[in-house]
Design a protein around this ligand. Structure first.
Ligand code: ADP
Length: 267
């Protein structure tokens, strides 16, 4: 599989031109599910090596509209990964303490420790998405944030953090189905937040904000990928493939010990 999902630095993106149901690069659903299983298993092994090496880390950033499958991605891709080495952080509305700091403060606090994989379920990008759409800070402040984010991410990468960013691209029609499911199934009522419907009403404004974010913040050091996400299996297959290849390229190694294991007798 190539990398048709990656946004090149400076590339202009029109989300309405990208089909959220596209599976062209994936082959059949059965094949993709088979690869997903193998990729998830490989990610677990690679994660063990990353942890043992203890020098670098991987940060996986997930962004997308409500119901786009951020939680489902964590379950589907990292389900076999040892819990020791993976830390998921959900970014909700900022607390009073978080609001008292710059917008990147909480993201930096949650950046992964050496040897681990950090997953951001939502992220500092909310500060150029929902914050922009709801006009929670002046536009001139938002404008500065794209460069601030790029500089922040560059600093992380220069300190051993490899960054992957996935925008889960679902259609408005698919979101309707998934929201309706939440209303129809009592076990899913807890997931339904009537406030989500406000964001749905601003769908067009959100797509504009996503396009600007993808255009301004897909960098050589921290590229965005747009993942067609109307089909859950396709979404997981694409992300698992990229995560696995990235970890393989990082090629973490088990440290060599300075003593001879053969010289030790356990009595
Ligand atoms: P999720 O929808 O991710 O499962 P929640 O239902 O707790 O989790 O929703 C989190 C909410 O927090 C979202 O509506 C999101 O827009 C909002 N949020 C996240 N970051 C910010 C931010 N920096 N400023 C304002 N709202 C934010």
């Amino acid at each position: 599989m190539g990398d048709p999902y990656r946004v090149k630095p400076g590339q202009k993106v029109k989300l309405s031109d990208i089909d959220p149901r596209d599976t062209d690069a994936l082959g059949s659903e059965d094949e993709a599910r088979g690869r997903l299983y193998l990729d998830a298993t490989a990610i677990d092994t690679l994660q063990d090596r990353l942890y043992a090496e203890g020098k670098r880390s991987l940060l996986v950033i997930l962004q997308g509209m409500d119901t786009s499958g951020k939680d489902g991605t964590v379950r589907g891709v990292f389900n076999t990964t040892g819990p020791l080495g993976v830390q998921v952080t959900a970014f909700r509305r900022p607390s009073e303490e978080e609001m008292a700091h710059d917008f990147l403060w909480r993201a930096h606090l949650a950046a992964p420790r050496r040897g681990t994989i950090g997953i951001f379920n939502r992220s500092h990008y909310e500060d150029v998405l929902v914050v922009k759409v709801r006009k929670l800070v002046p536009a001139s402040d938002i404008e500065k944030r794209y460069d601030q984010i790029n500089a922040f991410e560059k600093m992380l990468t220069e300190n051993g953090v490899t960054i992957l960013k996935f925008m889960l691209h679902i259609s408005k029609a698919e979101q309707r189905e998934r929201l309706q499911e939440r209303l129809d199934d009592p076990k899913k009522h807890w997931k339904f937040n009537p406030g989500d419907l406000d964001d749905r009403k601003s769908w067009g404004d959100f797509m504009d904000a996503y396009e600007t974010m993808l255009h301004r913040c897909s960098t050589e050091w921290a590229p965005w990928r747009i993942v067609p996400a109307d089909r859950k299996w396709a979404r997981n297959a694409v992300i698992a493939d990229v995560v696995r290849k990235t970890l393989e390229d990082m090629n973490p190694t088990y440290p060599k010990v300075s003593w001879d294991p053969k010289s030790i007798k356990i009595v």
